[in-house]
Design a protein around this ligand. Structure first.
Ligand SMILES: [Zn+2]
Length: 235
């Protein structure tokens, strides 16, 4: 039985999964980093000839889904440092993911009681250890999408006052909590507000006169090296 399975080799889905663990993009979506031939990268999977030809027919870029030609296309792979970071993150997930999901369920029922939950307390300690970043003085941008016929003045681009308007929940604020969302370019602020939609948008240039020191709790930095950043902030 074991021998028969060996002859058949690994199924295509498993092979595609393994390929996605070594390839992170292709030359069309990750242009500057795609410098290895697909063939040379896939050698690491130690495939039989049959496995290799099967995967070749079903190999897509994990980033943009472009159909990859194993003999022709260039691909980008993780650096050794990034592989180390990814392994740490996977180990973190194995250890904490269940508890985080439970915490999420707890928050859905009790939005304001995070501090009473063990993970909430751990997060709070982690936030205190997060790095401090400097926001340079200079021009930043803030956008608003008008409702029908609405027009805006300079004051409308200041942080909303929660005592006079309903502030909705955002990525970095609770409902009712004032937050000032700024982007470092007009394009970014427009994309943040409109996504892929077309539509009218008002953009204000906001000048920050003094450098600001802020807690840096951004997520999605898997590929960056922040050895001191608590892992529960990255999850
Ligand atoms: Zn791609």
């Amino acid at each position: 039985m074991a021998r028969a399975r060996r002859r058949r080799g690994r199924n295509t889905r498993t092979l595609a999964h393994l390929a996605a663990s070594v390839i992170i993009g292709c030359e069309y979506c990750t242009e500057f980093r795609a410098d290895e031939y697909c063939d040379d990268v896939l050698v690491r999977l130690k495939m039989t000839e049959a496995e290799s030809s099967r995967l070749g027919r079903h190999l897509f870029c994990p980033n943009c889904e472009y159909h990859l030609d194993v003999h022709y296309d260039l691909v980008a792979t993780l650096t050794d440092e990034e592989i180390k970071v990814r392994r740490r993150r996977e180990a973190w997930s194995r250890k904490y993911e269940k508890r985080f999901r439970a915490f999420h369920q707890f928050l859905l029922k009790h939005q304001t009681l995070a501090g009473f939950h063990a993970i909430g307390q751990q997060l709070s300690r982690a936030i205190n250890l997060a790095p401090v970043a400097t926001v340079e003085n200079g021009s930043w941008f803030r956008a608003r999408v008008p409702r029908r016929g609405e027009s805006f003045g300079p004051r409308d681009f200041l942080p909303p006052d929660p005592t006079t308007v309903d502030v909705s929940v955002g990525r970095y604020n609770h409902a009712g909590q004032s937050a000032f969302y700024l982007a470092d370019s007009q394009k970014t602020t427009a994309v943040e507000r409109l996504g892929n939609e077309q539509g009218e948008i008002w953009i204000a240039e906001v000048t920050i006169l003094k450098k600001l020191r802020v807690l840096d709790i951004r997520t999605m930095r898997l590929a960056e090296e922040y050895p001191d950043l608590p892992w529960c902030l990255l999850a």
